[in-house]
Design a protein around this ligand. Sequence first.
Ligand code: B16
Ligand code: MG
Length: 215
Amino acid sequence: MIRACIFDLDGVIADTARYHFLAWQRLAKELGVQNFNEHENERLKGVSRIRSLEIILELGSISLDVAAQEILATKKNAWFVEYINAMKPDEIYPGVKELIQEMRKKGLKVALASSSKNAKRVVQLIRIENDFDAIVDGTMITHTKPNPEIFLLAASLVRVKPSDCIVFEDAEAGVEAALNAGMKCVGIGSPKQLDKADLVIPHTGDFKLESLGSL
Ligand code: B16
Ligand code: MG
C-alpha cells in the first residue's frame, strides 16, 4: 500500500529544468559545443552538475582537468542561480501545491528528493518549503540518480519502507533510481522517453489520487 509520495523538483514541481538547460546551452555555446541541444539535454536531467558538464565536454570532444571543470561548473551554476532568483511563486506547475496538500490530508507522507544543490532555494522562492514532511537535496547525498540513494534517504526520513513509496520523476535517470530503490514510479513527460515508469502522465497536476490503488 502506498504510504509516501516522493517528488523530484526540476521538471516535476516547476520548470526549473528549463533554467538548467538555458544555463548549459549558454556554456556550450561559449565552449563551441554545437551539438548540444534539447535532445542531448535529456541525458543531463537528474544527474549531478559535474556529470552534466562531463556529458557536454564529451559532446564537444573537449578534455579538461578537474580544476578547469570546477570553474565551468561554477559559472553555469551562477547563471542558473541568476535565473531562479527571478522566480515567482506562480511558477509552480498548476495543481501541484493542491495535489501535495490533498496527499497530506489523506495521511500520506510527502517528501522532496532533488539532486540539485539549489533545491532548498527554489522551494523557498515558490513558497512550498513547509509543504513537505522531508526534503532531500544534492548536498545530502553521495551518489546521484540513477543511484537509489536519494529516494532511500527520503523514505527513511518519513519512516516508510521503499515498497510503500511512489516517486514522481521527469528524468530517465530518476525513473531508474526509483525502480532501483524498489519503489513505484510515475513518469512526468513523454511515455516514449520514460517507458520504464509504472504510469506516465504529461503534467504532475494531472495525477489523480484515486489511481494510487491500481499502481
Ligand atoms: P545543481 P532534480 C537535478 O535536479 C537536475 O535535473 C539536473 O539537471 C541537475 O544537474 C541536478 O539537479 C544538479 O543541480 O547543479 O543545481 O546542483 O531533477 O533531481 O530535481
Ligand atoms: Mg527532474
